[in-house]
Design a protein around this ligand. Structure first.
Ligand SMILES: C[S@@+](CC[C@H](N)C(=O)[O-])C[C@H]1O[C@@H](n2cnc3c(N)ncnc32)[C@H](O)[C@@H]1O
Length: 275
């Protein structure tokens, strides 16, 4: 096969090791072409001729190229109210919570923001307004998706999947073909860039719910377990963990037990209830 850039098996193995160490992403053998096409753009941007040269550049350091490397290899597919049953469950959970203290939610792999805004819309609909003691932290490792999320500007096609009522209440038309989320909704969310592999997360308050959906699927079981171990102490005793449709955390039974369709509760909390 003729390729624009030299890309050897050894280059692929090196990239695989680096992205695993840096982001936890475990790339299968079948992902060689995907890696080539995602990173070819970085080689063009840096005027290099081979993946070997690119890897040497990466090794020499420089935060900027590391960021671009990571951003190129993450998969950011998302949408508003994806896996909609979770938002109905979140609303039900919110209604039951003690409203005397602040309610804290974390969207832990928020991509371009649709998931975090769907959480904020759910909060506003459940409590009938924006001025609730609810705050949402939304984070992702990829700096470019965080920038999009913060901007809150979405293509009309993405927004059009929502009901007319939601569009009118939570969005305003922007430049041709785009909508902006309302500032009241934006103010409910604090977007931060950080890595789920970090030893500790910059989250101080105890959480009522963590959304961690469609990201664990890219990690091996060991990495998933290490993350779940860090999630458990962050949750309030009755807090919930929402996972993606194909993610199951049986290996973390000591920390989390299944409570509904891909929704988990703290294992020790369930023991207390069951007793
Ligand atoms: C497929 S998207 C899922 C988005 C959203 N949670 C959803 O379900 O629609 C996966 C996201 O996980 C992020 N991600 C991958 N590795 C990560 C890591 N180590 N720490 C934080 N975020 C990570 C990616 O940048 C990407 O935006």
């Amino acid at each position: 096969m003729h390729r624009e850039f030299v890309f050897t098996e050894q280059d692929f193995q090196r990239i695989r090791t680096l992205i695993h160490q840096h982001a936890g992403i475990a790339l299968a053998d079948s992902k060689q072409e995907l890696v080539y096409s995602r990173l070819a753009r970085r080689l063009r941007a840096t005027w290099l001729k081979s993946f070997g040269e690119y890897l040497a550049l990466l090794q020499r350091g420089g935060e900027t190229e590391w960021e671009a490397f990571t951003n190129s290899l993450t998969t950011n597919l998302t949408s508003f109210f994806r896996e909609a049953h979770h938002f109905a469950l979140l609303a039900e959970h919110l209604r039951k919570l003690d409203k005397s203290g602040p309610i804290q939610l974390w969207c832990s792999a928020c991509s371009t923001g649709e998931e975090a805004y769907s959480m904020a819309i759910t909060v506003a609909e459940t409590f009938g307004g924006f001025k609730q003691p609810v705050s949402i932290i939304a984070s992702d490792l990829d700096s470019s998706v965080i920038a999009t999320a913060r901007a809150g500007r979405y293509k009309a096609e993405a927004v059009a999947r929502l009901s007319l009522e939601r569009i009118e209440r939570f969005f305003t038309p922007a430049d041709a073909g785009y909508f902006m989320v309302r500032p009241e909704l934006q103010r409910m969310i604090e977007f931060k860039r950080f890595n789920l592999l970090d030893a500790a997360y910059p989250i101080r308050a105890k959480l009522d719910a963590i959304f961690c959906r469609n990201v664990m699927i890219y990690f091996d079981k060991e990495t998933q377990l290490a993350i779940l171990k860090k999630f458990a102490p962050l949750l309030k005793p009755n807090g919930l963990l929402f996972a993606g449709h194909s993610e199951h955390f049986y290996q973390a039974a000591a920390y989390f037990r299944l409570r509904g369709q891909t929704v988990y509760a703290l294992a020790n909390r369930l023991e207390t209830i069951e007793r």
